[in-house]
Design a protein around this ligand. Structure first.
Ligand code: BV8
Ligand code: ZN
Length: 257
């Protein structure tokens, strides 16, 4: 159920956000599952955070994979299958346009999403801090492979060493990829505008970037259906579907696509 979008509030928010973007030297964006909701992909908190009655935090873990790799792979086979039918929505395209306008050094897109839709929409530099459903990693030799969204065997094994493959995603209790995370933190401390899109701001350390941006003096803009757990850190709230709000924002700043 969408938060009743108060168009007066939203209009005022968009005007303020346009001013901030027009004056921005550098922009960093953090996206979460909400930006892919209008592409038909389930969010984490949407189903009450449950998959087959289990909490995602209990399935997306190295322990669950050791205990029952077939069950964990079933979770990922289902999400990869959903990806086959998913297309970027206008929210993804608006962020790709934002990158083109600011140019690489002045714009950084950080995503918690593992669906790869930002890249399909044309975003060139995407920091995937939680990895990607479109890659596998061998648990024995470590080899990482681009697998697209093609169906994989129930328990896929490495053609090089025979080891069991895992999705190349960051599970709960696992550290984030060091270099990617360092780039995300650095871009966040340097930005003058930090745009947070479609995240409940519950999962750390990703959600901590919002506080980092604020402490670095950035203007924090949030695009969500409702204020997230980081709502108290937000300077400008744009509450409505990101697939409608983000294109409005970009069009107001640079005219129609
Ligand atoms: C770490 C990849 C330490 C996998 C993901 C207790 C026990 C164990 C750990 C912890 C604990 N307490 C805290 C922790 C740390 C834990 C954590 O934060 N847990 C949470 C649950 C409290 N974090 C970790 O474990 C991290 N690692 O801490 O390691 C360490 C350090 C060094 C050495 C060793 C260990 C790893 C976290 C990464 C987990 N992996 N994904 C997979 O995808 O299967 S997280 C997963 O959640 C996704 O990446 C997802 O992006 C992310 C966050 O969810 P959101 O994106 O925010 O999505 P959500 O559904 O929550 O919200 C959607 C939002 O969109 C909502 O606000 C909604 O209103 C909005 N929305 C909906 N529709 C729209 C919309 N907005 C706009 N328009 C719309 N149309
Ligand atoms: Zn291998």
């Amino acid at each position: 159920m969408h938060h009743p979008v108060d168009s007066g509030e939203l209009e005022a928010g968009i005007r303020a956000a346009v001013e901030s973007l027009r004056g921005a030297t550098t922009v960093a964006v953090l996206t979460g599952a909400g930006i892919s909701a209008e592409s038909g992909l389930a969010t984490f908190r949407g189903a009450g955070g449950l998959w087959e009655g289990q909490r995602v935090e209990d399935v997306a873990t190295p322990f669950a994979f050791r205990r029952d790799p077939a069950l964990v792979w079933r979770f990922y086979h289902q999400r990869r299958a959903a990806l086959r039918a998913a297309r970027p929505n206008p929210g993804h395209y608006a962020l790709a346009r934002l990158e083109r306008h600011f140019g690489a050094p002045r714009f950084t897109l950080i995503t918690q999403n593992v669906d790869g839709l930002h890249q399909v929409a044309g975003s060139e530099r995407v920091l995937e801090i939680h990895g990607s459903l479109r890659r596998t990693r061998c648990t024995r030799c470590g080899q990482v492979r681009e697998q697209g969204t093609e169906p994989l065997p129930e328990l896929p094994h490495c053609p090089a060493c025979g080891g069991l493959l895992r999705p190349d995603v960051v599970w709960f209790h696992e550290p984030l990829p060091e270099r990617v995370w360092a780039e995300a933190e650095s871009a966040t401390t340097r930005c003058s505008v930090f745009l947070v899109v479609g995240t409940s701001a519950v999962v750390y350390p990703a959600a901590g970037l919002i506080e980092t941006a604020r402490l670095a003096g950035a203007v924090v803009i949030e695009s969500n259906l409702v204020p997230s757990a980081a709502g108290h850190l937000v300077d400008i709230g744009l509450y409505g579907p990101a697939g409608q709000v983000l294109p409005r924002l970009v069009t107001e700043v640079w005219g129609p696509a």
